[in-house]
Design a protein around this ligand. Structure first.
Ligand code: ATP
Length: 355
Protein backbone atom coordinates (compact mmCIF):
# COMPACT_ATOMS: atom_id res chain seq x y z
CA UNK A 1 0.00 0.00 0.00
CA UNK A 2 2.85 2.40 0.64
CA UNK A 3 6.59 2.70 0.18
CA UNK A 4 9.61 3.62 2.26
CA UNK A 5 11.82 6.53 1.18
CA UNK A 6 15.59 6.39 1.71
CA UNK A 7 17.99 9.27 1.32
CA UNK A 8 21.65 8.29 1.08
CA UNK A 9 24.15 11.16 1.53
CA UNK A 10 22.01 13.51 -0.56
CA UNK A 11 23.59 16.84 -1.45
CA UNK A 12 22.46 19.74 -3.63
CA UNK A 13 24.42 22.71 -4.90
CA UNK A 14 22.87 25.60 -6.83
CA UNK A 15 25.74 27.57 -8.37
CA UNK A 16 27.71 28.58 -5.30
CA UNK A 17 24.92 27.84 -2.78
CA UNK A 18 25.24 24.55 -0.95
CA UNK A 19 21.52 24.09 -0.20
CA UNK A 20 21.72 20.54 1.22
CA UNK A 21 24.78 18.63 2.52
CA UNK A 22 25.15 14.92 3.11
CA UNK A 23 21.57 14.20 4.28
CA UNK A 24 20.72 10.57 5.07
CA UNK A 25 17.52 9.23 6.62
CA UNK A 26 14.90 6.55 6.01
CA UNK A 27 11.16 7.20 6.11
CA UNK A 28 9.35 3.94 6.87
CA UNK A 29 6.42 2.81 4.73
CA UNK A 30 3.17 4.22 6.16
CA UNK A 31 4.91 6.76 8.36
CA UNK A 32 3.92 10.40 8.91
CA UNK A 33 7.36 11.99 8.66
CA UNK A 34 8.05 15.73 8.89
CA UNK A 35 11.05 17.80 7.88
CA UNK A 36 11.28 20.77 10.23
CA UNK A 37 13.56 23.79 10.02
CA UNK A 38 13.70 27.56 9.57
CA UNK A 39 13.30 29.27 6.20
CA UNK A 40 16.15 28.48 3.81
CA UNK A 41 17.37 25.34 5.61
CA UNK A 42 16.82 23.14 2.54
CA UNK A 43 13.44 21.51 3.29
CA UNK A 44 11.82 22.30 -0.05
CA UNK A 45 14.96 21.28 -1.91
CA UNK A 46 14.82 17.83 -0.28
CA UNK A 47 11.13 17.42 -1.10
CA UNK A 48 11.74 18.41 -4.72
CA UNK A 49 14.57 15.90 -4.93
CA UNK A 50 12.29 13.13 -3.60
CA UNK A 51 9.54 14.17 -6.04
CA UNK A 52 11.96 14.15 -8.99
CA UNK A 53 11.67 17.85 -9.86
CA UNK A 54 15.38 18.16 -9.02
CA UNK A 55 18.17 15.63 -9.49
CA UNK A 56 20.59 15.75 -6.51
CA UNK A 57 24.20 16.82 -7.04
CA UNK A 58 25.32 13.97 -4.74
CA UNK A 59 23.83 10.83 -3.22
CA UNK A 60 20.83 8.69 -4.00
CA UNK A 61 17.08 8.49 -3.31
CA UNK A 62 15.38 5.09 -3.09
CA UNK A 63 11.58 4.74 -3.01
CA UNK A 64 10.24 1.31 -2.13
CA UNK A 65 13.83 0.10 -2.39
CA UNK A 66 14.22 1.29 -6.01
CA UNK A 67 16.86 3.82 -7.03
CA UNK A 68 15.11 6.87 -8.51
CA UNK A 69 18.16 8.28 -10.33
CA UNK A 70 17.16 9.90 -13.61
CA UNK A 71 13.41 9.40 -13.10
CA UNK A 72 11.13 12.46 -13.40
CA UNK A 73 8.05 13.24 -11.26
CA UNK A 74 5.69 11.29 -13.55
CA UNK A 75 7.79 8.15 -13.30
CA UNK A 76 7.79 8.11 -9.49
CA UNK A 77 5.12 6.70 -7.15
CA UNK A 78 4.79 10.11 -5.50
CA UNK A 79 2.35 13.03 -5.54
CA UNK A 80 3.11 16.50 -4.23
CA UNK A 81 0.88 19.14 -2.64
CA UNK A 82 2.18 22.68 -2.83
CA UNK A 83 1.75 25.70 -0.57
CA UNK A 84 -0.59 27.35 -3.05
CA UNK A 85 -3.43 25.01 -3.80
CA UNK A 86 -4.34 25.79 -7.38
CA UNK A 87 -7.68 24.02 -7.67
CA UNK A 88 -9.29 24.74 -11.05
CA UNK A 89 -11.89 27.40 -10.21
CA UNK A 90 -14.22 26.64 -13.13
CA UNK A 91 -14.33 22.89 -12.53
CA UNK A 92 -16.67 21.27 -10.01
CA UNK A 93 -15.03 19.70 -6.99
CA UNK A 94 -15.40 16.11 -8.22
CA UNK A 95 -13.68 16.91 -11.52
CA UNK A 96 -10.88 18.64 -9.65
CA UNK A 97 -10.37 15.48 -7.61
CA UNK A 98 -10.51 13.19 -10.67
CA UNK A 99 -8.30 15.42 -12.83
CA UNK A 100 -5.24 13.15 -12.74
CA UNK A 101 -7.38 10.14 -13.66
CA UNK A 102 -8.66 11.71 -16.88
CA UNK A 103 -5.06 12.13 -18.04
CA UNK A 104 -4.64 8.40 -17.42
CA UNK A 105 -7.58 7.52 -19.63
CA UNK A 106 -10.03 6.47 -16.88
CA UNK A 107 -13.67 6.60 -18.11
CA UNK A 108 -16.03 9.29 -16.74
CA UNK A 109 -18.30 7.01 -14.68
CA UNK A 110 -15.27 5.44 -13.06
CA UNK A 111 -13.75 8.87 -12.34
CA UNK A 112 -16.95 10.04 -10.68
CA UNK A 113 -17.05 6.90 -8.55
CA UNK A 114 -13.47 7.38 -7.42
CA UNK A 115 -14.10 11.09 -6.69
CA UNK A 116 -17.12 10.18 -4.53
CA UNK A 117 -15.06 7.64 -2.59
CA UNK A 118 -12.41 10.26 -1.92
CA UNK A 119 -15.04 12.84 -0.95
CA UNK A 120 -16.20 10.35 1.65
CA UNK A 121 -12.63 9.87 2.86
CA UNK A 122 -12.19 13.63 3.41
CA UNK A 123 -15.66 13.90 5.01
CA UNK A 124 -17.12 16.02 2.19
CA UNK A 125 -19.83 13.63 0.96
CA UNK A 126 -22.25 15.42 -1.35
CA UNK A 127 -19.87 18.30 -2.15
CA UNK A 128 -18.84 16.91 -5.56
CA UNK A 129 -20.98 19.26 -7.66
CA UNK A 130 -19.99 22.44 -5.84
CA UNK A 131 -17.43 24.80 -7.31
CA UNK A 132 -14.16 25.39 -5.39
CA UNK A 133 -15.27 29.00 -4.69
CA UNK A 134 -18.18 27.63 -2.66
CA UNK A 135 -15.91 25.88 -0.17
CA UNK A 136 -14.09 27.14 2.93
CA UNK A 137 -10.30 27.33 2.98
CA UNK A 138 -10.02 24.11 4.96
CA UNK A 139 -12.44 22.28 2.65
CA UNK A 140 -10.45 23.40 -0.39
CA UNK A 141 -7.33 22.10 1.30
CA UNK A 142 -8.96 18.71 1.79
CA UNK A 143 -10.02 18.65 -1.88
CA UNK A 144 -6.40 19.32 -2.91
CA UNK A 145 -5.33 16.37 -0.78
CA UNK A 146 -8.06 14.15 -2.28
CA UNK A 147 -6.87 15.17 -5.76
CA UNK A 148 -3.32 14.10 -4.86
CA UNK A 149 -4.59 10.80 -3.42
CA UNK A 150 -6.75 10.05 -6.51
CA UNK A 151 -3.77 8.81 -8.49
CA UNK A 152 -2.99 6.40 -5.62
CA UNK A 153 0.54 7.55 -4.80
CA UNK A 154 2.66 5.40 -2.50
CA UNK A 155 4.19 8.53 -1.04
CA UNK A 156 2.52 11.93 -0.57
CA UNK A 157 4.81 14.96 -0.36
CA UNK A 158 3.32 18.00 1.36
CA UNK A 159 5.02 21.42 1.21
CA UNK A 160 3.61 23.53 4.09
CA UNK A 161 0.03 22.88 2.94
CA UNK A 162 -1.56 24.60 5.94
CA UNK A 163 0.44 27.82 5.92
CA UNK A 164 -2.27 29.85 4.16
CA UNK A 165 -4.98 28.91 6.70
CA UNK A 166 -5.84 30.82 9.86
CA UNK A 167 -4.65 29.47 13.22
CA UNK A 168 -7.89 27.80 14.29
CA UNK A 169 -8.38 26.02 10.97
CA UNK A 170 -4.73 25.06 10.87
CA UNK A 171 -5.03 23.36 14.24
CA UNK A 172 -8.18 21.54 13.14
CA UNK A 173 -6.53 20.44 9.88
CA UNK A 174 -3.56 19.00 11.79
CA UNK A 175 -5.68 16.26 13.31
CA UNK A 176 -7.64 15.81 10.06
CA UNK A 177 -4.44 15.24 8.10
CA UNK A 178 -3.05 12.94 10.73
CA UNK A 179 -6.17 10.75 10.75
CA UNK A 180 -6.38 10.80 6.94
CA UNK A 181 -2.80 9.58 6.78
CA UNK A 182 -3.52 6.76 9.23
CA UNK A 183 -6.69 5.73 7.36
CA UNK A 184 -5.02 5.62 3.93
CA UNK A 185 -1.70 4.18 5.14
CA UNK A 186 0.11 6.30 2.52
CA UNK A 187 3.62 7.46 3.51
CA UNK A 188 3.50 11.23 4.17
CA UNK A 189 6.53 13.50 4.04
CA UNK A 190 5.45 16.86 5.38
CA UNK A 191 7.59 19.96 5.49
CA UNK A 192 7.05 22.82 7.88
CA UNK A 193 8.89 25.56 9.77
CA UNK A 194 6.28 25.36 12.55
CA UNK A 195 7.60 23.19 15.36
CA UNK A 196 4.25 22.73 17.12
CA UNK A 197 2.75 21.49 13.83
CA UNK A 198 5.57 18.97 13.36
CA UNK A 199 5.36 17.76 16.98
CA UNK A 200 1.57 17.41 16.90
CA UNK A 201 1.23 15.42 13.68
CA UNK A 202 4.32 13.34 13.07
CA UNK A 203 5.45 9.84 13.92
CA UNK A 204 8.99 11.14 13.45
CA UNK A 205 10.61 14.45 12.59
CA UNK A 206 13.88 15.35 10.85
CA UNK A 207 15.24 18.70 12.08
CA UNK A 208 17.35 20.66 9.59
CA UNK A 209 19.47 23.78 9.86
CA UNK A 210 21.59 25.37 7.09
CA UNK A 211 21.27 22.37 4.79
CA UNK A 212 22.47 19.97 7.50
CA UNK A 213 20.42 17.27 9.20
CA UNK A 214 20.54 17.88 12.94
CA UNK A 215 18.51 15.00 14.34
CA UNK A 216 15.79 12.50 13.44
CA UNK A 217 13.45 11.28 16.14
CA UNK A 218 9.95 10.94 17.51
CA UNK A 219 8.51 14.29 18.73
CA UNK A 220 8.95 13.37 22.39
CA UNK A 221 12.52 12.23 21.79
CA UNK A 222 13.49 15.53 20.14
CA UNK A 223 11.91 17.49 22.95
CA UNK A 224 13.35 15.44 25.82
CA UNK A 225 16.68 14.45 24.27
CA UNK A 226 17.83 17.12 21.84
CA UNK A 227 21.12 16.00 20.30
CA UNK A 228 22.38 19.46 19.32
CA UNK A 229 22.07 23.03 20.64
CA UNK A 230 20.05 23.89 17.52
CA UNK A 231 17.42 21.23 18.27
CA UNK A 232 17.33 22.19 21.97
CA UNK A 233 16.49 25.80 21.11
CA UNK A 234 14.41 25.39 17.92
CA UNK A 235 12.08 22.68 19.23
CA UNK A 236 10.22 24.17 22.19
CA UNK A 237 11.35 26.87 24.60
CA UNK A 238 14.33 26.38 26.86
CA UNK A 239 16.52 28.07 29.47
CA UNK A 240 20.24 28.03 28.70
CA UNK A 241 22.96 28.15 31.37
CA UNK A 242 26.62 28.29 30.27
CA UNK A 243 29.54 26.86 32.23
CA UNK A 244 32.35 24.37 32.27
CA UNK A 245 32.06 20.61 32.67
CA UNK A 246 33.56 19.39 35.98
CA UNK A 247 32.35 15.76 35.87
CA UNK A 248 30.53 13.25 33.70
CA UNK A 249 29.31 10.29 35.69
CA UNK A 250 26.71 7.64 34.93
CA UNK A 251 25.17 9.70 32.14
CA UNK A 252 24.91 12.82 34.32
CA UNK A 253 27.13 15.85 33.64
CA UNK A 254 27.97 18.56 36.19
CA UNK A 255 28.42 22.10 34.86
CA UNK A 256 30.13 24.74 37.00
CA UNK A 257 28.13 27.91 36.34
CA UNK A 258 27.85 31.33 37.94
CA UNK A 259 24.86 29.83 39.79
CA UNK A 260 26.97 27.04 41.29
CA UNK A 261 27.20 23.45 40.06
CA UNK A 262 24.20 22.28 38.00
CA UNK A 263 23.55 18.76 36.78
CA UNK A 264 21.75 17.34 33.77
CA UNK A 265 21.75 14.34 31.46
CA UNK A 266 25.01 14.24 29.48
CA UNK A 267 24.82 14.63 25.69
CA UNK A 268 27.48 13.28 23.32
CA UNK A 269 30.91 14.88 23.01
CA UNK A 270 31.28 16.38 26.51
CA UNK A 271 34.75 16.59 28.07
CA UNK A 272 35.79 17.65 31.59
CA UNK A 273 37.25 21.15 31.53
CA UNK A 274 35.44 22.09 28.29
CA UNK A 275 32.71 24.68 27.82
CA UNK A 276 29.14 23.40 27.79
CA UNK A 277 25.57 24.59 28.19
CA UNK A 278 22.79 23.20 30.28
CA UNK A 279 19.29 23.31 28.75
CA UNK A 280 16.22 23.10 30.97
CA UNK A 281 12.59 23.48 29.84
CA UNK A 282 10.36 26.14 31.45
CA UNK A 283 7.98 23.46 32.77
CA UNK A 284 10.84 21.59 34.48
CA UNK A 285 11.47 24.55 36.82
CA UNK A 286 9.53 24.38 40.05
CA UNK A 287 9.22 27.35 42.38
CA UNK A 288 10.22 26.13 45.87
CA UNK A 289 10.46 22.61 44.48
CA UNK A 290 12.78 19.82 45.52
CA UNK A 291 15.76 18.78 43.46
CA UNK A 292 19.48 19.22 43.64
CA UNK A 293 19.65 22.04 41.10
CA UNK A 294 18.60 25.56 42.01
CA UNK A 295 18.34 28.79 40.07
CA UNK A 296 17.47 32.03 41.85
CA UNK A 297 15.87 34.89 39.94
CA UNK A 298 13.98 38.11 40.52
CA UNK A 299 10.54 37.82 38.95
CA UNK A 300 9.95 40.58 36.37
CA UNK A 301 6.67 39.54 34.81
CA UNK A 302 4.06 36.79 34.87
CA UNK A 303 2.17 36.27 31.61
CA UNK A 304 -1.07 34.39 32.04
CA UNK A 305 -1.68 32.13 29.01
CA UNK A 306 -4.74 30.20 30.13
CA UNK A 307 -3.68 26.67 31.05
CA UNK A 308 -0.39 27.97 32.39
CA UNK A 309 1.49 31.19 33.13
CA UNK A 310 5.02 32.10 32.06
CA UNK A 311 7.11 33.67 34.81
CA UNK A 312 10.01 35.71 33.43
CA UNK A 313 12.87 36.30 35.83
CA UNK A 314 16.33 37.89 35.92
CA UNK A 315 19.14 35.62 37.11
CA UNK A 316 21.93 36.96 39.37
CA UNK A 317 24.35 37.12 36.42
CA UNK A 318 21.86 39.16 34.36
CA UNK A 319 20.64 36.20 32.30
CA UNK A 320 16.98 35.48 31.68
CA UNK A 321 14.90 32.71 33.17
CA UNK A 322 11.49 31.45 32.01
CA UNK A 323 9.42 29.12 34.14
CA UNK A 324 6.03 27.73 33.21
CA UNK A 325 3.60 27.43 36.10
CA UNK A 326 0.34 25.49 35.80
CA UNK A 327 -2.62 27.82 36.37
CA UNK A 328 -3.98 25.51 39.04
CA UNK A 329 -0.82 26.21 41.05
CA UNK A 330 -0.62 29.96 40.50
CA UNK A 331 -1.90 30.59 44.04
CA UNK A 332 1.47 29.62 45.52
CA UNK A 333 3.57 31.16 42.77
CA UNK A 334 6.08 33.94 43.47
CA UNK A 335 4.90 37.47 42.68
CA UNK A 336 6.48 40.20 40.57
CA UNK A 337 9.49 41.83 42.24
CA UNK A 338 10.05 38.86 44.51
CA UNK A 339 13.26 36.84 44.50
CA UNK A 340 12.37 33.22 43.90
CA UNK A 341 14.27 29.98 43.84
CA UNK A 342 13.45 27.39 41.19
CA UNK A 343 14.48 23.75 41.44
CA UNK A 344 14.83 21.12 38.76
CA UNK A 345 15.75 17.45 38.68
CA UNK A 346 18.91 16.23 36.91
CA UNK A 347 16.88 14.07 34.54
CA UNK A 348 14.88 17.11 33.36
CA UNK A 349 17.92 18.96 32.01
CA UNK A 350 20.35 18.19 29.18
CA UNK A 351 24.02 19.23 28.95
CA UNK A 352 25.53 19.65 25.47
CA UNK A 353 29.00 20.76 24.40
CA UNK A 354 29.33 24.42 23.47
CA UNK A 355 29.88 25.25 19.81
P1 ATP B 1 11.43 27.99 2.98
O1 ATP B 1 10.84 27.47 4.26
O2 ATP B 1 11.69 29.47 3.00
O3 ATP B 1 10.73 27.52 1.74
P2 ATP B 1 13.45 25.92 2.70
O4 ATP B 1 13.96 25.37 3.97
O5 ATP B 1 12.43 25.12 1.99
O6 ATP B 1 12.95 27.38 2.91
P3 ATP B 1 14.98 25.75 0.27
O7 ATP B 1 13.92 26.35 -0.59
O8 ATP B 1 15.21 24.30 0.16
O9 ATP B 1 14.74 26.13 1.78
O10 ATP B 1 16.35 26.51 -0.04
C1 ATP B 1 17.59 26.16 0.55
C2 ATP B 1 18.69 27.09 0.03
O11 ATP B 1 18.91 26.87 -1.36
C3 ATP B 1 18.38 28.56 0.18
O12 ATP B 1 19.57 29.23 0.51
C4 ATP B 1 17.88 28.95 -1.22
O13 ATP B 1 18.13 30.31 -1.44
C5 ATP B 1 18.70 28.05 -2.12
N1 ATP B 1 17.98 27.69 -3.35
C6 ATP B 1 16.84 26.97 -3.44
N2 ATP B 1 16.48 26.78 -4.72
C7 ATP B 1 17.41 27.42 -5.47
C8 ATP B 1 17.61 27.61 -6.90
N3 ATP B 1 16.78 27.07 -7.78
N4 ATP B 1 18.68 28.33 -7.28
C9 ATP B 1 19.54 28.85 -6.39
N5 ATP B 1 19.43 28.72 -5.05
C10 ATP B 1 18.38 28.02 -4.59
Amino acid sequence: MSHSVELHSVGMTFGRTRAVSDVSFTVEAGEFFSILGPSGCGKTTILRIVAGFLQPTDGAVLIGGRDMAGLGPDQRPTAMIFQSLALFPLMPVWENIAFGLEARGVAKAERRKKADELLHLIALDGYGDRMPGELSGGQRQRVAIARALAVEPQVLLLDEPLSALDLKLRQHMRSELRSLQKRTGVTFIYITHDQSEALAMSDRVAVMSDGILQQVGAPRELYDNPATPFVATFVGETNIIAGEVSAVDDGIATVESTHGPLRGRAGDGLAVGKAARLYVRPEALEPDGNGGNRLAAEIESIDFEGAFALAHGRLDDGGELVASIASTRLGNAPSIGERASFAFADVNAVVLPDG
